[in-house]
Design a protein around this ligand. Structure first.
Ligand code: ATP
Length: 252
């Protein structure tokens, strides 16, 4: 049996909002799971179930109240603020629902940003931007500004920015939430293709069963806990989608 490389591990993570002595709310109640290299995992849950809270602690934007998050075996609770920012900029790629592109930078400059912030020389940056832009089919719009391109193209620019520095893991928060259904499907096809052919380890948070059906494993979060999981296990996407719909229909 080949050993699988663990990229992400969440160990007994809890998150409580509100100071001690004030009204407190436990949004995460002991989360445990791991993601191995090459997986495409979706986390599904209703509004208020803790998805954003979980994603914030995975992305090191927030710390768990208790418990640990390991990325590439590094426990990020041991890092100070500067080390965390550096760790995040090297190990993590993000795609957000609302793109988060800088409107006063061209698409090329937006994609280059993680490398620019690392202090990489521009003659090394350009070929890396060209390569990922070609992979995502957006080489023709690099000189334009985000406002000049469609929502689907904006999200491809955001995906290119998330991947240009070759992070250990791609984290996506409702990446199709602001897209029309055709652009959403194209983006999900691309994410699945990047996962299968380029080995991009991906974790996507969504409440949309169609989006989740592109993943190879779905974890369900409810009231701050991970309940069951569904494995695609070689099923065609459409059958996995129907399995998921049945599962959601029978879950109380
Ligand atoms: N800063 C905060 N202070 C207090 N409570 C919070 C805070 N942020 C979130 N919560 C509460 O924690 C719970 C989980 O919120 P979270 O945003 O993680 O859910 P979600 O699954 O992402 O929901 P949605 O899909 O609506 O974004 C909710 O009950 C929310 O009200």
């Amino acid at each position: 049996m080949t050993e699988m490389t663990e990229i992400l591990r969440v160990d007994q993570a809890t998150k409580t909002y509100g100071k001690r002595g004030e009204k407190q709310y436990q949004a995460l109640k002991g989360i445990n799971f791991a993601v191995v290299a090459g997986e495409f995992v979706a986390i599904m849950g209703a509004s208020g179930s803790g998805k954003t809270t979980l994603l914030n602690i995975l992305s090191t934007l927030d710390k768990p109240t208790t418990g640990h998050v390991f990325i590439n075996h590094e426990d990020n609770s041991t890092l100070n603020a500067n080390q965390l920012a550096d760790f995040r900029s090297r190990q993590i790629g993000f795609i957000f629902q609302d793109f988060n592109l800088l409107e006063n930078l061209t698409n090329r400059e937006n994609i280059a940003l993680p490398l620019t912030l690392q202090g990489m020389a521009s003659n090394r940056i350009d070929p890396l931007v060209d390569k990922i832009a070609t992979r995502l089919g957006i080489e023709a719009i690099l000189a334009k500004y985000p406002v000049e391109v469609s929502g689907g193209q904006k999200q491809r620019v955001a995906a290119a920015r998330a991947l240009v520095h070759e992070p250990a893991i791609l984290l996506a928060d409702e990446p199709t939430g602001a897209l029309d259904s055709r652009s959403a499907r194209e983006l999900l096809d691309t994410m699945a293709d990047l996962n299968q052919h380029d080995g991009i380890t991906t974790l996507m948070v969504t409440h949309d069963p169609f989006a989740a059906s592109f993943a190879s494993r779905i974890l369900f979060i409810k009231d701050g806990k991970i309940g069951t999981q569904l494995l695609k296990d070689g099923l065609p996407r459409q059958q996995f989608y129907h399995l998921l719909i049945d599962h959601l229909g029978t879950a109380e």
